[in-house]
Every structure is written in C-alpha cells, then in structure tokens.
Design a protein around this ligand. Sequence first.
Ligand code: ZN
Length: 206
Amino acid sequence: MNDVAKSRLKVGLDVPWVTSWSGEAVLGVGPCASVGGRLAVRQAERPGFGRPNYSRNHLRRQRLTVARMLCPMCGEPTPEDDRWLQTARRTTAGILRARSFAAALPPALGDDRVVVDAGAIAPCHLACAGRAAAHCPHLQAHTSGELIAFPYAWIVLPLMVRAGPTHVLDSTARPASAVSFLQLCGITTETDRAWRSRAPLTSADS
Ligand SMILES: [Zn+2]
C-alpha cells in the first residue's frame, strides 16, 4: 500500500520525533509503560511510514516526552537548563483551577503561584526550537517567536478518555478510564498577588 511506504522525510530532522504518521494506527487501550503500567490508549509504532500528520502527536511518544522530559523535536532528553517552550503561556494556579480540566492541581499550590501551562507539549532544546521556528509554518502563525524557559519543577496532568469493555459479550467488564495524552504544567517560584484581576483564559487561548 502506498499509504504506508517508508517516507523520505527523516524523523527528528524533517519531521518532529513526536509527530504521528499515517502508518501508525490507533490500537485501543492497554497497560503502557509510558504511564507506569496504567491503562493508556496505544498506537502502532511505525514512525517514518506513510505521511506525517503534523497536527497530531503519536500517543505513546507524546506521553514519553512529558514523562521523561524528551525533546519533542529530536526525541533526546533535555537537561534542566535547556528546556524551552514555544507555545506555552504563563498564568496562575488560580486561573487554571477555574478551568475544569485542571482540577488535578495539588491543593498545596497557592492560587497566586505563577505557573507555565504547556498544554500537551514538552519543552525542547534551544537548538531544536530554533530549527522548528525556521521550518514550521504552523508555529510561525501561532506564536510570537518568544521562548519561555521551562521551570525546574512541574506537575503532569493526564488527559483521560473513557474506554469501553474490551469484549461486548463480557457483561462484567465496566468502562475504564485510560490515559490519552499527558499535559504538563511548570511551577515557577514566583507569585502574582493580583492574579484575580487577570483576564480569565478562554478555551480559544489554549
Ligand atoms: Zn531536541
């Protein structure tokens, strides 16, 4: 099949390491080491086969970028002094708490604490950020080009999906929840005492 032929584009060079390819089918739910053996949505591993789907990250590779601090561009680990975000926004824990998906923030984190909402995008190396900015039209359209240094502390917020019974005839099987992607929120040491007066984030911002 033409669709799953090996591409001439190189993973990690021409196409980000985390990007999903048309040759990588979603396989359903099962335990996954990327989330410590919890149930997660799995996907075939054939990077470089078919066409890159730039608007969709590969499920397991995305989870690995967040869980192991791997650069989404090249797939190599990022040292803590070389972690940069291109599309993140600085906000506060209180504003994130106002959004339902962020209910997992630890209670001890004060509402006025400045956090860096990275969404589902792990930080990349400075060198890789420069390459991405030069080559990626999507990034050029959606960012100011300003890089945010990722803080030294962070929390991981799993995005959950409901997974149905694995077999329709098994009436004892109850729908379970499974991890799709991992979201990332950096915790700075700064506080913003006027956080209540800041404009709330809308869904269009994220
Ligand atoms: Zn990199």
